[in-house]
Design a protein around this ligand. Sequence first.
Ligand code: UD1
Ligand code: CA
Length: 465
Amino acid sequence: MNQAIILAGGHGKRMKADIPKPMLQILDIPMLGWVIRACKEAGTEKICVVTGYKAEYIEHYLNGKYDTALQSERLGTGHAVMQAEKFLSENKDGNTLVLCGDAPFMDAETISSALELHTAQNNAVTVITAELEKPYGYGRIVRSETDGIAAIVEEKDASSAQKKIKEVNSGAYWFRTADLIELLSKLTPQNAQGEYYLTDTIKLAIESGRRAGVYLTENTDVILGANTRKDLLMLREKARKNILEKHMENGVDFICTEGVVIGTDVEIEAGTVIQPNTILKGRTKIAGGCNIGPNCVIENTVIGERCMLNAVQAYDSVIENNVKIGPFVHIRPNSHIKSGVKIGDFVEVKNSVIGEQTSVAHLTYVGDSDVGKKVNFGCGTVTVNYDGVSKQRCEIGDNCFIGCNTNLIAPVKLGTGVYTAAGSTITKDVPDYALAVERGQLKVREGYSLRKLKDRLFSGDKEKK
Ligand code: UD1
Ligand code: CA
């Protein structure tokens, strides 16, 4: 079995972060999520994450889906892998990939190609390396005379000649699992940092007559990690550009890319236009012919063909075809907006179904409601769904016409084709085709203000008393 151990115990002191460093996000998922995805895409069957600083954050994120091992003292990368001893001993056959949870661009292709070489050469360990113009800080690859690897030397332990080596250790390796277990038991902390270096396994493997190999990748991004907030921003910018390029290749149209951030799992069909300041996250899917933005935030929402969303926030919802929404609209979770609906400015919809061709044009709250087709909401309608204790639903039949400033006190049902008079507060069900009026009789007292304001109305600019 081929499996992976991801080292994620780091703190990220220089970031001044109060969460584990691998939990910092690149676009819409943590760096750790990027690494897990690469492992899965490359076909590793089991994953164990080694935690350390604030392990509970990582446990919460993994939600029991993967094994974890806690490293309670930070004694080096070799020591971190030792903590996964139980995981390793459960599957001694096959190979184990060890990699860092804070190098998010390690990709499935590199992992798979390195494994191919690892097995073809029958290596005990294969190090994934790259050549960098500025190798400072990384472990250097000391080659053997036969072009194989002799050792990895850390920056702090390197001689000035070794510091000139440009080939560096990515921090990712394939090990034959049984060999890894044995090599770990031989590690000692005799080095400049007094740590158990995982990198010492190379020398130890060779000394014990095993083969160690190198997979030199052209894709130097796989090495990139983040030690500072500036590094993190650089990684985000790189990821953002790569994703935008992928969508452009698929025929998505960008007016410009300012403020456009698209998550890793978002799908967009050809012919859709994305306007500036639009953030698309999670499992959002957008069909063709749409115009999204400017100024939208859309998360976990499925959008049909030819929709127009302008200054909309939408979460965990479904929007069908030919829907026009915005500006300044909030679509909250579990809403289903059917085809041909129009939702205008300052409208909030939550946990509701809005039927085909219904219009909610302005200043309205529709919460916990089932709304039929071709309903017209007057300005200022409120579904009063919460009494301070529990939430109840409103049901509004097809072809209803809700007068301006109607309050619908849930639970309440309007039948088919019901009219409500403007300003009514509806507390009881209304049968099909009825008009519901609930408001005081209008009283008119003629000449009232003439009497009340006579001083002001007829004495020029005199101050009011
Ligand atoms: C390590 C490698 C170096 C390589 C570099 C690539 C060693 C000794 N050196 O160096 O050759 O070029 O990665 O980025 O392995 N970690 C733990 N527990 C520990 C120490 C580290 O979980 O006790 C984790 C970190 O959170 C991180 C990873 O291991 O995810 C690498 O640790 P880091 O301290 O960044 O290693 P480097 O010194 O940079
Ligand atoms: Ca590092």
